[in-house]
Design a protein around this ligand. Structure first.
Ligand code: SD4
Length: 353
C-alpha cells in the first residue's frame, strides 16, 4: 500500500457523521465477532457510492454488493453503471437509449481511478456495456479514448457481443420525433422512479448516470455512461466520455461527475473544475454550485431553459451537488443507508415550463 493510500484510509476512518454533506451517519458495524470483524466493519462503514438521478438507487445497490464486501471502488462503479445500461426502460443510457437523428444508438462512457488512470469510448454502437469497454481501454491499451468504428472494433476484439441496441419502444419514439425533427434538449426535472417502483418516467431525453465510489480501503473511482442527447447529430459526442468534463477523479482530493447538456459542461471543463475547487478548500456542494454558476453567468438567457447538474464527493466521503434547474436528484448508498435519494439544490427553484 502506498503512503498516499494509507493516508486516504486514515482520513476516511476519521470522518465524522457531521462531515457528511448529505446528513448521513456512519454505522458502527457488528462488533460481536471480535476485533478483526469489528475492524472490517469499521472499514466497510467508510465506503460510500453516489450516483446521479433516481435510477442511481438501483445502480448504487449493485455497486454496494461489491463495496460492502470490501471490494474495489473501480469494480463497484463498473457494476453499478451496467445496471441502467441494461435497463430497457431507461432511454438515456445503454441499450434502449434513444437514437441519434438518423436512428443509430450511439453510446458514450468513461471510467477513472484515483491515480489518474482513465479510459473512455465515444459514439460506440452495438455494445450493451460501454462502461466495460471504457475500462478495457484504460487497462489494455496505451490510449484514453476510442471512438466510433475503432471503439467497436476494439470491443469486438475484446469479446464483447455485437447487438442491436434500438428497442421497438425507442424506435417508435424516434419515428414520432421525425414528424417534426426539431432538436430541442428538454429539461430533465421529473422523478423517474426507475429501479424503485419500476414505473418508467416521462418524456426525458437526457439523463446520464455518473457514479463516484470510495471503498473500504479509501480508494476512489468514478464512472459515467450515457446514450447522450436524444436525436443528436450523428457523430455528436457529449461530456460523459470527456475526462475532466463529464467525469474527473483525483484520489488526493475527490471526484465529480455531471449530467445535462454536455456542450455546456465541456465548455467549462466542468468536473475538473469541481475537483480543482475542492482542492482549493471548497466543500463538494460549494464546488458544484460554483461550477454551475460559471455556466449560468456565461449563458444567462440560455441557462433558463437548459439543465446541467454536478455531483461531487471528496476524499472524506462528503457529498454535494448543484444544478441549474430544479428536480436534479442523486442517490447515496453506504453501510447505514442503501437507498437514499436526495434532491439537489438548484439555481432555479421551480420547474421550467
Ligand atoms: C450528454 N451529458 O451527452 C450527456 C447527457 C446527459 O442528462 O447527461 N443527460 O450531453
Amino acid at each position: 500500500m502506498t503512503d498516499r493510500r494509507r493516508f486516504l484510509k486514515g482520513s476516511l476512518l476519521g470522518v465524522s457523521a457531521s462531515m457528511l454533506g448529505w446528513g448521513g451517519k456512519l454505522a458502527a458495524g457488528p462488533m460481536r465477532r471480535g476485533a478483526a470483524d469489528a475492524n472490517h466493519a469499521a472499514k466497510a462503514s467508510a465506503a460510500r457510492v453516489v450516483s446521479t438521478w433516481d435510477f442511481g438507487v438501483a445502480a448504487n445497490q449493485a455497486a454496494w454488493a461489491i463495496l460492502g464486501k470490501g471490494g474495489h471502488a473501480l469494480d463497484a462503479v463498473e457494476a453499478g453503471a451496467q445496471v441502467p445500461e441494461s435497463d430497457l426502460r431507461n432511454h438515456s443510457v445503454g441499450k434502449g437509449g434513444y437514437p441519434d437523428r438518423d436512428g443509430h444508438v450511439s453510446l458514450d462512457a468513461s471510467i477513472m481511478d484515483a491515480d489518474g488512470s482513465c479510459g473512455a469510448v465515444a459514439a460506440l454502437e452495438h455494445i450493451e456495456h460501454p462502461i466495460s469497454v471504457a475500462r478495457r481501454v484504460m487497462e489494455r491499451t496505451p490510449h484514453v479514448l476510442l471512438v466510433g468504428e475503432g471503439a467497436l472494433q476494439f470491443a469486438l476484439e475484446q469479446g464483447f457481443r455485437k447487438q442491436d441496441l434500438l428497442t421497438p419502444e425507442a424506435e417508435q419514439a424516434w419515428h414520432e420525433w421525425l414528424k417534426t425533427a426539431k432538436y430541442q434538449p428538454s429539461i430533465n426535472s421529473e422523478v423517474h422512479d426507475y429501479g424503485r417502483t419500476g414505473r418508467p418516467g416521462g418524456a426525458h431525453n437526457h439523463d446520464t448516470i455518473g457514479m463516484l465510489a470510495i471503498d473500504a480501503h479509501g480508494r476512489m473511482s468514478g464512472a459515467c455512461t450515457t446514450s447522450g442527447m436524444a436525436w443528436k447529430m450523428r457523430g455528436r459526442v457529449g461530456d460523459s466520455p470527456i475526462i475532466g468534463a463529464g467525469l474527473y477523479v483525483d484520489g488526493e482530493v475527490g471526484g465529480a461527475t455531471s449530467t445535462g447538456v454536455g456542450e455546456e459542461v465541456i465548455r467549462n471543463a466542468g468536473s475538473f473544475l469541481v475537483v480543482e475547487l475542492m482542492r482549493q478548500g471548497r466543500s463538494p456542494h460549494e464546488a458544484c454550485k460554483e461550477a454551475v454558476m460559471r455556466i449560468v453567468k456565461k449563458r444567462r438567457e440560455a441557462s433558463k431553459t437548459l439543465q446541467v447538474g454536478f455531483l461531487a464527493m471528496n476524499r472524506n466521503g462528503e457529498v454535494g451537488a448543484y444544478a441549474i434547474q430544479h428536480g436534479f436528484t442523486y442517490a447515496v448508498c453506504d453501510a447505514q443507508k442503501q437507498d437514499a435519494l436526495i434532491p439537489s439544490q438548484s439555481v432555479y427553484t421551480t420547474s421550467y415550463s
